[in-house]
Every structure is written in C-alpha cells, then in structure tokens.
Design a protein around this ligand. Structure first.
Ligand code: B3K
Ligand code: ZN
Length: 863
C-alpha cells in the first residue's frame, strides 16, 4: 500500500467543467455513462501530456474522445484507474462503465441497502462509480439522468433540482437532475427506490420557500416527525446565530439501514443512517433524540461549512469537520443545556480522543500522511478539531468569531481551501495573532499542563506556576493555550481578583499560556481561595493541579462553573480509585449525598456528577496501575456508594419515578436520567430492588424507561434479566434499531459467558455482519464498553475481536478497520496482554488480500 503525503499536494492539471452522468439501473448490473468536459487548469502544468483518472472495480465498455474512438496506445486501464495519453486544452471524454451495486458490500460507491439503490462517495468512493478526477479540489457542474424500472423504483433522486422526467419502454422511467452549484464528486448522491415521504417547508429569512422532504422505508412515517422538526430548527438556528441561509429550493433526506457512518451531507440530498432519523418515544431513548437533532444539524450545517466552501485535499478534512462539529455542538448547547452538553463533549475527548492521541494512530487534526483516507475520520479530526475551533471562539469572542466566519465565506465561497485559509480569516477579522495557535493544526499529542498554586495571605496574592509539555514527537513547540479561570473563596462564593496590582477586580479571566513555563500572579485576593481552572474545559489538555482532596471536595461542592465543578468530582473519584485510599470513599459518599439532596441543582447535572469515571477514561490516564487493579477498585467504589447511600438512592428513585410523564422536554429528560442512575445504584446495592426493575420494565411506555431497566437488570446480573431480554426480543424483533440496543446490552455484560452469548447472537436472524449498525452493536460495543471481558487475562476477548476483523475485512474493509482500532491501546497494557494482542494482530496482518484499510491500522499498531 502507498502512503500519501500532505507535502506532495499539486493542483490538478485538468479541470472538469461539466459532468453528465446517465445511470441505467438494473437488477444484475448498472451501466454508468459519463460525459466529461475537460479543460486545462490555468494554475497547473500547462504542458501536461496525460491524465490519470481514478477508477476502481469498473468494467470499461466503451470510450470516446471528442466523439471519436481512441487507439489502444492512447489510453490504459489499470487497477487504480484510467490513464489517458491523448489530451487537448479542451476536450470531451465519454465512457460507459459497468458496475455491480448488488455485490457491493463495502457500502461505498453505488450499492444496495434493502431494495433501494444509494450512494456513499466521501472520501474516495466516487471512483467506484465511474472514471473521474476523484479529489475534492475538482469542482464541476453535475447533470444526472437516472433510468430504472418504474414499479420497483418509482423514486429516482439526485442532487439539486429535478428538471425532467418521463416514461420509457418496458415499464421503465427516467428523471433528470441538475445541481446549480459547483461541487466535488464526493458530494454526489443518487437514490432509487420506493419510499414513504414526509414533506414540510421552511421559509428562509429572505423569504424563499424551501421544500423539505424526508424519505423513509415504507411504514416508518410514525418515526419521522422528530427528524423533520430538527431540520427546521437547524435551519432557523443557522440563520440566527451564523447568518447562513439555505441556497436551493429543495432539501432531501433519505434514511437507509446499511450505512458505514452516521450520515452524509451530499448537496441537497443527505443520506442518513436510519439510526439518526427514525425515532418515536416508544422506540428511541432521550439520548437517541439528542443524537438525531445533532446529526441532522451537523449535515445541514455542512451546506456552508463543507459544501459551499470545501476542502482542497483530504488532509484538510478538519476544515469542514472540526468546524461543523463545533457548530453542531453549539446548536445543541443553544437548544438544550449548555453546561451539560459541555460535560458530555468533554467526556468524549477524555475517553476516546486522549487515547487516540497517546497511541500508535496519533495524528495532528490536519494529518500529514495516510494510506487509506477513511481511517482518518477520527475523534481527533472531528472532536479535537472542534475543540480547536472552540479555542479560536474563546480567544476571539462571539462577535469577532462571527466576523471571521463572514470573512471566510466572503473570500472562499465556491472554493476548495485549507485550514490555513480559515485561520487567516479569523486572524484578519480580529486583532488576534494566531501564528503560535496554528501549532494545534500541525502537532499531535495531548499537552500536559501542570499547575502549582500558592496563596500568599499577607499580600493577598495568588501565584500560579504553569508548565506545559507534550510527549508526542511532533510537538516540539509550545502551544497557545487559553486558560479560563476563577477563584472560589473559602465561603464558597466567587472570590474576585485583579491581574495587575492597580487593576479593577474581576471574578473570571482568560489567560493566554504561551510558554513552556509561565508564572501568573493574581492580586487583591482577600480570602484564601481555591483556583477553578480550565473552566468550560477551555483547552483540550490534560491538567494536574496541586489540589488537596479537600480542595477537590470543596470545588465539587461550590464551584459556580458547572464544568469545573463536575470535573472536581471526577478527579476526586479518580484519586480514590488509583490511590487505593479507602478513606476517601466516605468523603465521596458525603459529597454525593449533598448533591443528591440539593433541590436547587439541575437533575441533568446531578446525573453526570454522580457517575464514576468509566474504565476507558481511567485507563487512559492510569494505565500503569494495570487493568485488573482499576476494574477491581472501580467496582468497590461503586459498591460502596451504592450500599452506603442505599436509602438516598431509594428516596430519589421513588420521588422521581413517574411513568406517566412522557414529555421529551429538558426537565423530564433530566429527571429520567438521575432516576435511572439511582436505580442502577440501588440494584447494585441489593437484589431486593430487582422488583422495581421488573415493574419499570413491564409498565414502561418510553424506550428510555424500558431499556434503562433492561440494561441495569442485565449488567447487574439479577435473576429476572433473562426473561426480560426474551420479552424485549418478542416485543421488538421487527424493529432493527431497537434490536441494536438489545444486542449491545448483552455484549456489554461483564460475565464469563458473554462469549457464548455473542456467538449465539451472531447466529440470530436479527444479526448480520453486512450491516454496520449490527457490527457496532455487537462487537464494537463489546470491545469498547465491556472493558473487563475484552481485556480478559486469557486473551479470549482479543481473539473474538481479531477473528471478527478477519472475517469482516473481505465484506466491509472500512468497518473492519474501525473495529481493529480497538487494539490501539495495546502499548499501555501489561506485557502478557501486549503479547496476546500482538499475536492476534499478526494473524490479521497475514491474511491474504488484506485491505489497505485494515493493513494501515494493524501495521501502525504493531510498530
Ligand atoms: N462527511 C461524512 C463522513 C464521511 C465518512 C467517510 N468515511 C459525514 C459527516 O461528517 O458529516
Ligand atoms: Zn461532518
């Protein structure tokens, strides 16, 4: 496999002015006729004598150059594409290719999901459809004609606007589409099928009416309203907060069950995983609804950040993804609770992104090299990328940030650009020098910030000595790190301070950390206080502070910043777990009790504050303690908190349990989440409470209530669990998305027989290795969430996942590669486990015809 490097970027020697595609869809094969109008790129090599078109798994049927046949030495077909050695300043190339969507299990290019045709082209899937310059900086105007059987495929969709349609012989018909916007081929989409339609409209702020169409499988309209409402909310929000308006007259979303990721932002025709569309309160949890709202928002927001302005090359992926994740996060913050959303987003960074940044697959948010681009749709590019945008927002403030956005669109609308272009717009629209900040784009690894604070009582002065370092070899330069801080006075109230001796006092400030070592002085600090640091998680760094346990307990009780308050609790629990200090358990229980019984506190905050850090997060920072120790210690902390607060949990549960409340508003969601957390502690404390579980389960009218009860029963391994699982299956086996939950509840049970269970589930008719949601529910859930069984001493967990990767590789390399990333934490394991992982990885690496997707992950992990 060949590595591609960012430094090798060259503009394309040829551009494609027009792309005319005709799809002749049939049950055995599909013919793709393509007519491309090509011209030399004035900004590239004007002497170029050949063109290399990308193409994979295509059978070329015919080729015409300006209407004439080519001789055999004028073109060459290879495994990677088509080389054309006859060129001119302007010319037309017509090809006809045969493809086999029915056999395409990679779910990339044109393929079938159920009985519909659909496409997925990002990153490099368009080359599986026809010969093309499959790169994001070649923008073309698309004209598409689709022909198919009229009964099977009454609906024929593509990007832009429908311009013609009609009947043909043999019960066939056609529809023609034109997209007025220039676009790279990764944004191309096609759907053909027989679907139900939910239609609505949106009037933009300039008064245009946009038709909104949501297409779902027959019979699923009762699960479509929420997605439509989310789309309307997203459109409104983007106008209000970012001043961005939709640009076509039609916006279509199609939901399909076989999809490699969450969704895809194809121009005017988004294709979605059903998981992020279909929901009603009986089938979907509160969390599912939030996920739908954010993914619908995310894809919609791409229309400007991604489509109108796209990426010059795939190394720039974070240009669109980091920015769009930031936008969807802020959307959720505005729609729901800002503080709580922030906590949820930070958890993802700490458990997943920090691990990636510390492992063999670490890369900067703008990677320098890749073998398979699909491997770089990572938490680093997406979520750390969003943190980088958020820091720019923090440094500039909302107003200057919005000026920067406006300038970015003014300069680059209709172009394919780089991360540098984005940062330049932000710097030019504000007075802030972002040159040092740019290291965040080029250096990998998580900066470690250590802070030592000291209060000088007689002078009323607080000194903070701040040091930053980064273990990753690419990270030689210190970062510009925004540090948002405040002080909490001994009374529990905010303590004001000043930054210069003569300055006015403030209660919060933003410090720019720029050096590897830096001293911060705060003056006029009247009362001995505890600093509250990295408020709102103002930078994606690891930080350690010379806090005492009392300091942490104090911040946990009083900090006005929700993030740092939550974080203090997490740190306290973490210390209790890793130090082996049992005495701390009582302090934590005391703090829990206070929070639990504080009626002024938001239930959503409580439901996060009273959760013990997960094993992945713990292991990420404390791998030297060893897998077994962490598992054991976390278990005893949970037991202790469950038993010592049993009466409090019970009170909480009883006072908040109201199955009749089916509302999806924030308060009801929050109430359900703290109540179900209480239930899980209760059942952990004693099997006696299993009766409550059974009742909740059988009477539930909301999936949140039903699945919470089921998963607690299964995970606490209480007696009625099996019959509950059986009942659930009987009730829901015809709802694939609900079956995904049923699968993952079982694969995440920490029990020795989970392997037999998984083997049995693999054979169940609801399961299929060809369906990515199913693979994720059974296997990724096992490896990612069943920490104890995945890391079993006997290596059984590793073998299960390795065998699955092996089998999946020939079906769907992208999903196989994703699953193989579960081994990337191996270097942090003890020697025995490391050996077992290495042996499994070697087996995979020796597989004949191993995909380059899996090869890249496995060989980097083995290095
Ligand atoms: N842009 C797509 C992801 C494509 C992944 C290709 N392997 C969805 C999104 O980020 O919105
Ligand atoms: Zn995206």
């Amino acid at each position: 496999p060949i590595t591609k490097y960012r430094k090798d970027y060259q503009p394309s020697n040829f551009l494609i002015s027009e792309t005319h595609l005709t799809f002749i869809l049939n049950e055995q094969e599909t013919l793709v006729k393509s007519r491309l109008l090509l011209r030399r790129n004035p900004k590239a090599d004007l002497e170029a004598k050949s063109i290399q078109f990308d193409g994979e798994n295509l059978t070329l049927q015919s080729i015409l150059w300006n209407g004439e046949a080519l001789s055999a030495d004028e073109y060459k077909v290879t495994d990677e594409g088509l080389e054309l050695t006859k060129v001119a300043d302007e010319f037309e190339l017509v090809t006809v290719c045969k493809i086999l969507p029915q056999d395409n299990s990679s779910l990339e290019g044109l393929y079938k999901s159920g009985d519909k045709f659909c496409t997925q082209c990002e990153a490099e899937g368009f080359r599986k459809i026809t010969y093309y310059l499959d790169r994001p900086d070649v923008l073309s105007r698309f004209y598409v004609r689709i022909e198919a059987d009229k009964s099977r495929y009454p609906l024929l969709l593509s990007n832009g606007n429908p311009v013609a349609s009609g009947d043909m012989d043999d019960n066939r018909h056609f529809v023609e589409w034109q997209d007025p916007f220039l676009k790279p081929c990764y944004l191309f989409a096609l759907v053909a099928g027989d679907l139900d339609l939910l239609e609505d409209q949106f009037i933009t702020k300039s008064g245009r009416t946009v038709k909104l169409q949501l297409y779902v499988d027959k019979g699923k309209l009762d699960q479509s309203d929420f997605a439509m409402q989310s789309l309307i909310n997203a459109m409104k929000w983007d106008e209000q907060r970012f001043n961005l308006e939709y640009d076509l007259d039609l916006y279509m979303i199609v939901a399909v069950s076989d999809f490699n990721m969450g969704a895809m932002e194809n121009k005017g025709l988004n294709i979605f995983n059903t998981k992020y569309v279909l929901a009603n309160p009986q089938t979907a949890t509160d969390q599912d609804f939030e996920g739908i709202e954010s993914v619908i928002g995310h894809e919609y927001f791409h229309n400007w950040t991604g489509n109108r302005v796209t990426c010059r090359d795939w190394f720039q992926l974070s240009l669109k993804e980091g920015l769009t994740v930031f936008r969807d996060q802020v959307f959720t913050e505005d729609m729901r609770s800002k503080a709580v959303k922030r906590i949820d987003d930070v958890k993802v960074i700490r458990s997943h992104q920090f691990a990636e940044d510390a492992g063999p697959l670490a890369h900067p948010i703008r990677p320098d090299e890749y073998i398979e681009m699909n491997n770089f749709y990572t938490v680093t590019v997406y979520n750390k990328g969003a943190e980088i945008i958020r820091m720019i927002h923090t440094l500039l403030g909302e107003q200057a940030f919005q000026r920067g956005m406006a300038l970015y669109f003014e300069r680059h609308d209709g172009q394919a650009v780089t991360c540098d272009d984005f940062v330049s717009a932000m710097a030019d629209a504000s007075d802030i020098d972002l040159s040092q900040f740019k290291h965040w784009y080029s250096q990998a690894g998580t900066p470690q910030v250590s802070i030592n604070y000291q209060y000088h009582k007689d002078e009323g002065r607080m000194t903070l000595i701040v040091k930053q370092s980064n273990q990753h070899p690419s990270s030689k330069q210190p970062f510009l790190i925004p540090l948002k801080l405040g002080l909490v006075g001994r009374s529990g109230k905010p303590q004001s301070f000043s930054l210069e001796k003569q300055d006015n006092k403030v209660t919060e400030t933003l410090i720019h950390i720029t050096d590897s070592s830096q001293v911060i002085e705060l003056y006029k600090v009247d009362e001995s206080s505890v600093p509250s640091l990295f408020r709102d998680f103002s930078a994606p760094v690891k930080f350690d502070v010379n806090y005492t346990h009392d300091d942490l307990a104090f911040l946990f009780a009083y900090d006005e910043n929700t993030f740092t308050r939550w974080d203090a609790g997490q740190q306290l629990m973490e210390q209790c777990i890793v130090s082996g200090n049992d005495a701390l358990m009582s302090n934590i229980a005391e703090a829990f009790k206070q929070i639990l019984n504080d009626s002024t506190l938001d239930n959503a905050f409580k439901a996060r504050a009273l959760v013990i850090p997960d094993l992945k997060t713990l292991f990420e920072s404390h791998s030297s303690k060893g897998v077994d120790f962490l598992i054991e210690r976390r278990r005893s902390l949970k037991d202790f908190l469950a038993k010592s607060l049993e009466q409090d949990w019970l009170k909480q549960y009883q006072s908040l349990h109201q199955l009749s409340d089916k509302s999806l508003d924030q308060d009801s969601i929050a109430r359900r989440s703290i109540k179900n957390l209480a239930l899980s502690y209760l059942v952990c404390a004693s099997d006696e409470h299993a009766e409550l579980l059974k009742q909740q389960f059988s009477q539930a009218q909301l999936m949140t209530e039903e699945i919470s009860a089921l998963s607690i029963a299964a995970h606490e391994q209480v007696r009625p669990a099996q019959s509950m699982l059986d009942d659930f299956y009987k009730k829901w086996h015809q709802e694939p998305l609900v079956m995904d939950k049923w699968l993952s509840v079982q694969s995440t049970i920490d029990s020795d027989n989970v392997f037999e269970v998984i083997e049995r589930l693999k054979q169940d008719p609801v399961f299929s290795l060809k369906n990515p949601n199913k693979v994720r529910s059974l296997y990724s859930a096992f490896a990612g969430l069943n920490f104890a069984q995945f890391h079993r001493k006997d290596g059984k967990g590793y073998r299960l996942i390795a065998d699955t990767v092996f089998e999946l590789d020939s079906i769907n390399a992208q999903i196989a590669a994703n699953l193989s990333k579960q081994f990337s934490g191996a270097a942090k394991l003890d020697k025995q486990r490391q050996k077992q992982v290495a042996a499994e990885l070697k087996k995979i690496k020796n597989k004949p015809n191993l995909s380059k997707d899996v090869f890249e992950v496995v060989s980097k992990t083995l290095e």
